[in-house]
Design a protein around this ligand. Structure first.
Ligand SMILES: C[S@@+](CC[C@H](N)C(=O)[O-])C[C@H]1O[C@@H](n2cnc3c(N)ncnc32)[C@H](O)[C@@H]1O
Length: 326
């Protein structure tokens, strides 16, 4: 008996987005995308909501969702092997459900609840998932309201929307509601990393243990002007190119993140040294250079040469964001 292979996540999302955009004029969507890009360039929390109406919501989903889903998937790929079993997920400020797509891909049997203040975003989120299996609920929610408990609480690209005190409250709410893990992700910019560092500090002060990307609980050794961030490759769809312009068939989404578990949680330990690769590995003839964040809380370069045999073979395959050794 033959079984039909499941289409990859990015292609299923692309189909759902294409269907949502079918028959809708591109001009107002492109105007919304320009406005969103302007908002991101300005940075900081603005007084008006980023998703003002249904056109903004669809524009946001078309322009940002493939990248945010790729970044969330990448974050979970980096950390999920150390997470305990996840059966329930709450996604705070989940919008059209990017983190939910990534979480469902990782834990298909989990019950996922996406919470957001914008009804049109929730409605589009529901529509996009209509052909997908699994339980993903979309519910209206305002930051400051109670957060339903879940094994995993995700906060994806939300902190930058909020004033500093509201960011702290949201992280505290996530800590209060999460039973087994918290995952927070932000744009991979210096200010995004700064917000992640502040959230990381709050997690540590609440007695949580960081499991990714940092292989330690010490202060971040990545100093300005550098910042800790990672990258996810996203193939651009034709509708994406129509809305955002540009020639390239792909883009690289940069993101910063932290994943933590309650102290004492039973997380699978890795053997020996488990550094994090902080940059694209530089591969030259006979050697690979790796920039590493190390379990002792330092960051430094390692050179793996051909003479190291198996380690060298492994180093040829590693990617930015992986642990080292793999
Ligand atoms: C940049 S979007 C990110 C959406 C989604 N998490 C993602 O990764 O694609 C920020 C989301 O945060 C939501 N948000 C901002 N402030 C909020 C608040 N005070 N209460 C609830 N949701 C909020 C917005 O409605 C929006 O959907």
């Amino acid at each position: 008996m033959s079984t039909t292979p499941v289409r990859p996540l990015d292609l299923r999302l692309r189909d759902a987005l294409d269907a949502a955009a079918a028959g809708i004029s591109r001009a107002p969507l492109a105007t919304s995308v320009d406005r969103l890009i302007g908002r991101y360039r300005e940075g900081g929390a603005a007084s008006a909501p980023i998703l003002g109406n249904a056109t903004d919501v669809l524009a946001y989903a078309l322009y940002r969702m493939p990248a945010t889903v790729a970044a969330c998937s990448n974050m979970l790929r980096h950390s999920a092997f150390r997470l305990p079993e996840i059966q329930t997920v709450t996604d705070l400020g989940g919008g059209t459900g990017a983190a939910a797509w990534a979480a469902h891909d990782k834990w298909p049997d989990a019950r996922i609840t996406v919470l957001d203040q914008v009804g049109e975003a929730l409605q589009l989120g529901r529509q996009l998932r209509a052909a997908e299996p699994g339980v993903v609920d979309f519910e209206r929610w305002q930051a400051g309201s109670p957060v339903p408990r879940a094994d995993l609480v995700t906060v994806s690209y939300v902190l930058s929307e909020l004033k500093q005190s509201a960011q702290q409250q949201l992280v505290a709410a996530a800590i209060g509601a999460a039973g087994r893990a918290i995952a927070i992700i932000e744009p991979g910019t210096p200010s995004g990393h700064q917000r992640i560092l502040t959230a990381r500090q709050a997690l540590l002060e609440a007695g949580w243990q960081v499991i990714a990307p940092c292989p330690h609980q010490a202060d971040c050794p990545v100093r300005q002007p550098d910042w800790c961030h990672f990258s996810a490759r996203v193939e651009r769809s034709s509708v994406h190119r129509q809305l955002k312009g540009g020639e390239l068939g792909h883009e690289d989404e940069k993101f910063s993140y932290v994943v933590a578990v309650p102290d004492g949680a039973d997380v699978p330990e890795r053997d020996g040294d488990s550094s994090r690769i902080l940059r694209h590995p530089v591969k030259r003839k006979g050697l690979v250079e790796l920039q590493l964040c190390r379990p002792d809380g330092t960051a430094s370069r390692a050179v793996v040469t051909k003479r190291q045999g198996a380690a060298y073979k492994e180093a040829r395959d590693v990617r930015w964001g992986d642990t080292w050794p793999l």
